[in-house]
Ligand binder design. Sequence first.
Ligand code: ZN
Length: 85
Amino acid sequence: MSMWNNLNTKMFSTYVCLGEDEIDDEFLNKAGVKRKKKAEENVLAPITCARCHYLNAAGMAFCGKCGWALTDEAIASVESASSAI
Ligand SMILES: [Zn+2]
């Protein structure tokens, strides 16, 4: 039992040396959990068309029903294309 106590003490001191964010990442990695980044969540989320409210699949740049630009990139491309004409 004393061997396990020593091991735990060493692990604890290792965590103390790390910053708070690093502790969380280390803990989640060892627990097999990976943090989801906000950008990834946005990509996976369905996109509701602002014009016709059609629910588009994740990753769509334009509405599948009315063709409205759904992402900032698509909107920018449409605006740059229309301003070029
Ligand atoms: Zn639409």
